[in-house]
Write a protein that binds this ligand. Structure first.
Ligand code: ARG
Length: 467
């Protein structure tokens, strides 16, 4: 029987039922659906629409249905179009006409919007934890890197030496922004739509703040149409996931490059590598590649939802059912990528000797040589040109830059000492720079930033746990 059998006869055609059903994916909303229904019962009771005995019976039945779903003993029927229908159907089976009061003053439109906000807020909490775990792992890998350095690249051409710790921490800062962005998204997801009804509120004396409080939302809606139509919170989380996915993709690409024989900067632990079914010698960085590959899917989920939303007239439209699969998918895929990359970084070995050899290329000192001239009064443009000419000579003659400099007037032993092994990275002394001196401050700043993000994250998790 359909929920609307009073108005429409005969039930749904099979292909219509199959096409419109969402149970296949929205059953993972069962916990938040029961949570939402419990809060709705509190609202109905506070409004005097349920007696205490009826409310207790409903709460007990919802508890029983939750236990069945938890134990996987819940029997779904073909007529259960979605999880919301299934839960209500079972409650009514258990307690009869009292169960039939559960949906008083409520529509699936405000119900599904509420459930999805609850689910999203919980997902944000778990994602922020996973993002911060990866940031912490990078921070720890940076500590283990000590004073190792490698070439920093621009245009994937060697540019200037940088500490490996500095490079690894660059990724951690991006992740901290991801965590912040997700927590910001939570602030906007933190509004309860329950009580908006189908779109216009109710004639019954329901106070939406009762359910909102019971669910841990700090606010409720000012406009019932907006409350049931708004999926900004889904789009925001999909954007946060897509951007974080882009960050992970860049890390993945870097690991792919660094583990190649051509770079030889990094070796992944066997547990985070795969072999080949044909080539016995292969050791492949599949986790890094998939972290890169998943970014396409995360971006697709975001653009797909935006395209779904763009033409919708107010208020609820069935198109909105398409919000869930991209959301569930992005959260699951991002969580997977965060965990796998965390394992890669926690167990990877960096070949710091190969990095140093690449970084000690004389050309990495070119700008220091120009700045050495600047300190002695040469305008930078002139110094840049003069050193550029020397670099060109070294390349033409196939000799080291230091040997060209040694033969040049105007450069003394002090200039030549710039080529000392590791000197170029030690000279990066400005705040936020790539050398050991600012590195100490950066380390402390990142420590503090991760701590602050963790305490913000723990209040997120608390908000969902209390609800
Ligand atoms: N499964 C639907 C969804 O996810 C539930 C809402 C259906 N509402 C309706 N008025 N047909 O959007």
């Amino acid at each position: 029987m359909t929920l609307w059998s009073g108005r429409l006869g005969g039930g749904l055609a099979d292909e219509m039922a199959a096409f419109t059903a969402s149970l296949g994916f929205d059953r993972q909303l069962w916990q938040v659906d029961i949570q939402g229904s419990r809060a709705h019962v509190a609202g109905l009771r506070a409004a005097g629409l349920l007696s205490d005995a009826e409310a207790e019976a409903l709460l007990a039945a919802l508890g029983d249905v939750g236990a069945e779903l938890d134990a996987d003993t819940f029997v779904f029927l073909d007529s259960d179009e979605d999880i919301h229908t299934a839960v209500e159907r079972r409650v009514t089976e258990l307690i009869g006409s009292t169960g039939a009061k559960l949906h008083t003053g409520r529509s699936r439109n405000d119900q599904v919007a509420t459930d999805l906000r609850l689910w999203t807020r919980h997902a944000i909490g778990t994602l922020v934890d996973a993002v911060l775990d990866l940031a912490t792992t990078l921070h720890e890998a940076a500590d283990r890197a000590g004073d190792a350095y490698l070439p920093g690249y621009t245009h994937l051409q060697r540019a200037q030496p940088v500490l490996l710790s500095h490079h690894l921490r660059a990724h951690a800062w991006a992740l901290l922004r991801d965590a912040e962005r997700l927590a910001d998204a939570d602030a906007r997801a933190d509004s309860s739509p329950l009580g908006a009804g189908a779109l216009a509120g109710s004639s019954l004396p329901l106070d939406p703040t009762v359910a909102a409080r019971a669910l841990g939302f700090s606010t409720t809606f000012h406009n019932s149409i907006d409350a049931v139509s708004d999926r900004d919170f889904v789009a925001e989380v999909l954007f946060c996931a897509a951007l974080c996915g882009v960050h992970l993709s860049r890390m993945g690409e870097e690991l792919v490059l660094w583990t190649s024989a051509e770079f030889g900067f990094c070796e992944l632990d066997d547990r985070y590598s795969t072999g080949s079914s044909m080539l016995p010698q292969k050791k492949n960085p599949d986790a890094a590649e998939l972290a890169r590959g998943k970014a396409g899917r995360l971006i697709g989920n975001l653009t797909g939802l935006l395209a779904t939303l763009k033409g919708l007239p107010l208020a609820y439209n069935r198109d909105l059912q398409e919000d869930k699969e991209p959301l569930f998918d992005s959260v699951a895929q991002l969580r997977g990528a965060l965990g796998a990359l965390r394992g890669c970084y926690a167990t990877a070995t960096f070949n710091t000797e190969a990095m140093a050899v690449a970084a000690d290329d004389d050309d990495g000192v070119a700008v220091d040589l120009a700045e050495w001239l600047v300190v002695r009064g040469t305008p930078f443009r002139d110094a840049h040109h003069a050193v550029g000419v020397l670099v060109a000579q070294a390349h033409e003659r196939g000799i080291r830059l230091r040997d060209v400099v040694a033969a040049e007037d105007g450069f003394d032993d002090e200039a030549l000492s710039l080529f000392e092994r590791g000197g170029a990275v030690r000279r990066r002394t400005t705040p936020g720079g790539a050398g050991p001196l600012p590195g100490t401050f950066q380390r402390a700043a990142l420590d503090a930033a991760i701590d602050a993000a963790r305490s913000r994250a723990s209040s997120l998790t608390r908000a969902t746990a209390e609800s």
